[in-house]
Ligand binder design. Structure first.
Ligand SMILES: NC(=O)C1=CN([C@@H]2O[C@H](COP(=O)(O)OP(=O)(O)OC[C@H]3O[C@@H](n4cnc5c(N)ncnc54)[C@H](O)[C@@H]3O)[C@@H](O)[C@H]2O)C=CC1
Ligand SMILES: O=C(O)[C@@H]1CCC=N1
Length: 275
C-alpha cells in the first residue's frame, strides 16, 4: 500500500486527511505531522492515523504532502533534506511555492507535484489544480490525481498557471462565503429572521451551483432567465453594476494571483529566505 504523510495537518491538511479516509483509504496508511506534537496526537486519535514529527513521517512515507504555510517552508525543507529518499513523491499544496524550490532544496531528482486544492475537499467537492515539476513522471502525476480525485475534481495545468488557479479556485470558496454572508445580512436588513435568511440564501447558492453544473448553460443565459423585463432582478443588477462589483472581482482576483506569485518569490531557490 502507498503510505501518505501529511506534513502540516492544519485546515487544508486535515480536510485532505478526512476526505481520503471518507473515500475509503486505510487510516493505517496515513501519517500526520503538526508543529505541536500534542495537537498532532489529538488529530491522530480522532482519525485513527499515526502522528510523527515531520522528518520521521517523511522517512516512512511513499508520498509526502506538504501542507504548511508558505512562510513555514524553510525549516521544513531543512528537516526533510537529510532524510527524504529521492524516490519519495512530494506533493506541495502550498500557495505560491514553485516546484523548483523543492527540487533545489531536497535530494537530487526527487519528483515534485504542485497542487492547489480548496477546502470543499471536506465534502468531496474540491477543485484541485495539478502541475508536475521537472522530475515528475506520468506515474507521479497519475498517483497525485488519483488521491485528489477521491476528494473532488482535478485539472492538470502548466505550472505557469498555478498563481491564477490559486486566485480563482484556491481562494474561490472564500469569495462565495463572503457573498453569502453579505446576502444573509441583506435579508436581516429587510427584516427577515436570521435563520430564514440563511436558509433562503444557502439553498439559492446550492441551486444555482447545481444548475451551472447540471445544465452546462452559460452563466449569462442562466442569469438572463432570472432577469424579467421591468422586474426585481434587473433593479438589483443595476445597483451591482453601479457599485462596480464586476470590476471589484477582477481586481480582487488579480490581487490574489499577485500575492501567490510574491509568496513564491520570497524564497530563494538556492538557500533560505531573504526575509
Ligand atoms: N486553507 C485553504 O483554503 C487552502 C490552503 N492552501 C495551502 O495549504 C497550506 C496550509 O494552509 P492552512 O491549512 O490554511 O494553514 P494552517 O495554519 O491551518 O495549517 C498549517 C499547519 O502546518 C503546521 N506546521 C507548520 N510547520 C510545520 C512543520 N515544520 N512540521 C509539521 N507541521 C508544521 C502547523 O502546525 C499547522 O497545523 C498553505 O500553504 C496554503 O497556501 C491551499 C489551498 C487552500
Ligand atoms: O489564502 C491563502 O493563502 C490560501 C491559499 C488558497 C486559499 N487559501
Amino acid at each position: 500500500m502507498t503510505t501518505i504523510a501529511i506534513l502540516g495537518a492544519g485546515k487544508i491538511g486535515e480536510a485532505l486527511l478526512s476526505g481520503l479516509i471518507s473515500a475509503g483509504r486505510d487510516p493505517a496508511d496515513l501519517i500526520v505531522s503538526r508543529r505541536s506534537p500534542e495537537r498532532a496526537q489529538e488529530l491522530a486519535q480522532r482519525h485513527g492515523v499515526r502522528a510523527l514529527d515531520a522528518a520521521a513521517a517523511a522517512a516512512a512515507a511513499d508520498v509526502v504532502v506538504v501542507a504548511v504555510k508558505p512562510q513555514d517552508i524553510e525549516p521544513l525543507l531543512d528537516s526533510l533534506a537529510p532524510v527524504l529518499a529521492p524516490s519519495t513523491l512530494v506533493v506541495s499544496l502550498a500557495a505560491g511555492l514553485p516546484t523548483a524550490l523543492y527540487e533545489a532544496r531536497l535530494p537530487a531528482g526527487v519528483p515534485v507535484v504542485r497542487v492547489m486544492p480548496n477546502t470543499p475537499m471536506v465534502v468531496g467537492e474540491a477543485m484541485s489544480v495539478v502541475s508536475g515539476g521537472s522530475h515528475a513522471q506520468p506515474e507521479h502525476l497519475e498517483l497525485t490525481e488519483e488521491l485528489l480525485r477521491s476528494v473532488g475534481r482535478v485539472l492538470r495545468v502548466p505550472e505557469g498557471q498555478q498563481d491564477a488557479a490559486t486566485a480563482l479556485s484556491g481562494s474561490g470558496p472564500a469569495y462565495f462565503f463572503f457573498l453569502v454572508e453579505a446576502m444573509i445580512d441583506a435579508g436581516i436588513l429587510l427584516g427577515l429572521p436570521r435563520g430564514v435568511s440563511t436558509e433562503l440564501i444557502i439553498q439559492s447558492a446550492v441551486g444555482a451551483a447545481a444548475m451551472l453544473r447540471e445544465t452546462g448553460d452559460h452563466p449569462v443565459a442562466l442569469r438572463e432567465a432570472v432577469t424579467s423585463p421591468g422586474g426585481t432582478t434587473i433593479a438589483a443588477i443595476r445597483e451591482l453594476e453601479n457599485h462596480r462589483v464586476r470590476a471589484a472581482l477582477l481586481t480582487a482576483i488579480e490581487a490574489a494571483a499577485l500575492r501567490s506569485r510574491d509568496l513564491g518569490r520570497a524564497h530563494r531557490i538556492d538557500g533560505p529566505t531573504a526575509g
